[in-house]
Ligand binder design. Sequence first.
Ligand code: ADP
Ligand code: MG
Length: 637
Amino acid sequence: MADPIARLDKSPPIAGRRAIRRLPEAAVNRIAAGEVVERPASVVKELAENALDAGARRIEIHAERGGIARLVVTDDGHGIPGDELAVAVERHATSKLVPDPQDGVDLLNIHTLGFRGEALPSIGAVARLTLTSEASGAGSAFRITVAGGSVGPVEPAPRIGGTRVEVCDLFFATPARLKFLKSERAEAMGLTDTVKRLAMAHPDVAFRLVHDGRTLLDLSAGEGEEALPRRLDELLARGFIENSVQVRAERTMEGFLPLKLTGYAGLPTHARGSSTHQYLFVNGRPVRDRLLQGALRGAYADFLARDRHPEAVLFLEADPVFVDVNVHPAKTEVRFRDAGIVRGLIVSGLRHALGEAGHRASTSVAEFALGRFRAGGEAVRPAGLPGLTRAPYLPHPAEAARAGLEDGRGGFEARRPSLGAPANDTEEPAIPPAPAGTDEDTGEIYPLGRARAQLHATYIVAETETGFVLVDQHAAHERLVYERMKAALASGGIARQALLMPEVVDLGEGEARALLRHADELADLGLVIEPFGGGTVLVREVPAMLPRLDVAGLVRDLSDEVSEGGEALSLRERLGEVAGTMACHSSVRAGRVLSLAEMDALLREMERTPHSGQCNHGRPTYVELARADIERLFGRR
Ligand code: ADP
Ligand code: MG
């Protein structure tokens, strides 16, 4: 019998078909480059990651014209021996995976940023690459060039104490790609962002980025615990550290190293209009991962409106065996063995950290407030009139005595009733004897101070030890009601109170029917309604935690919400809105005059309640002005 393969060899040609061939190495590299090297930022990322993998302590990046004309990355890492330069620019050649005779390589145990052995050949395929390196201890340096895929000889080079990779004319060999690039400015921004992200993950390494002769980043190497906050302070918008909470959470897992989450999460009141200020890392690798982004959103769902995004820098450390980084050539996506555990750790870790922050609202709120204040006489005051002295800070003792004041502070308190404290509130002592911001019996310090006055029946003014606090009573109360409801639901349900006189509310046929469909859910939330015929409902019981409730107003608003929200989400899932609506119709809404005792009670509850620094939409519930800020307003500092 004839050899079938031999017969196959002589297969006749088929019209319209060409034989299958292996592509030349240069073409293969160019195709691979399509995924690895998308823009100048990807070149910087690959080269800087190589430097980090080589143990560099200092990385310098020089870019020209958005990195398209020229990009040079220099490091002081361990370098490459001359006899390995040629293989370093070959595809799938790497020092980072050790082949094992049994099952090839272990792709599920990666400890380096690189491992695919694709970066250098890919860059060499689409640009002109010169790799110069001095291996530590070698005492001499060598160089190799790859231009558009053609590899030159290895040559001796001047010593450089590390590695230097120069990339010129990016995409000269694939002009189609050039057309997809953005403006030089945009590419420069892109590569700056890339360097920033890597620099955040490696605060112990010095980074310098120079673009068209301008130094964009110059970061010295940090040491120990302080390195990260210092680096973040240098890299992020001012105030991020002060307006964030430190995150530290850990979960142990059977058979794996523990999963760790560290970093900083911005306070909800410091949220941004887009998610570009979220920096996520897995094992020191900057990633853009949907699972992680989703978990971050989930953790803040309670505090932020849908179009607001938290600022955050989060580092997830996982057992390399627990993560798969070999998802995409650019290595910005990862897969976890168990996504649920990762999500759970992020959500609970962040919630816990934000809970610890308690009633804190961000300092940026106060800064903003300060910016809006203007000195009263500013417009008419003759600026810098010679011989004019500053008004004394405290009234002269004699003057104070004439005015019937004991000291400077008395002035504010003496005028208190005219600032809006209710005149009918007779039990209230005229001047609280306790010092500002403390409890008179225990001397305990109240962070939100003691209520001194109410303004416009809407804002509470409280004096603290170090300044004063202005509380939006409505926003604060809304948040408190929400937190009370959440706590009640978590511990067995919301207590109800029967109305002495059940109330009939007229909603109209359709609306009444729609609302009654939610009767069970509403009962769980503390509101018991039943049909009463003719488009009306009867309200029998209300949540006990809401005294002086405007029942009819509440039921009408809830009915509107039910018809607007459709049936997609249960009321419980929309607890934030429901609680907000309930709060709107209870005692502390905007426009209600409060007694000092009521105001103090609200302040104390805010201090006890987690997340009370922001309302259900992430807006602050109070602003705080330090005495120093007040003094600055009056030009005393
Ligand atoms: P990978 O990083 O995936 O291994 P690359 O193509 O980026 O693949 O690099 C190939 C090899 O060249 C690396 O494995 C490393 O041994 C060496 N190399 C590249 N850049 C450097 C550098 N800056 N310092 C030391 N060695 C380097
Ligand atoms: Mg690499």
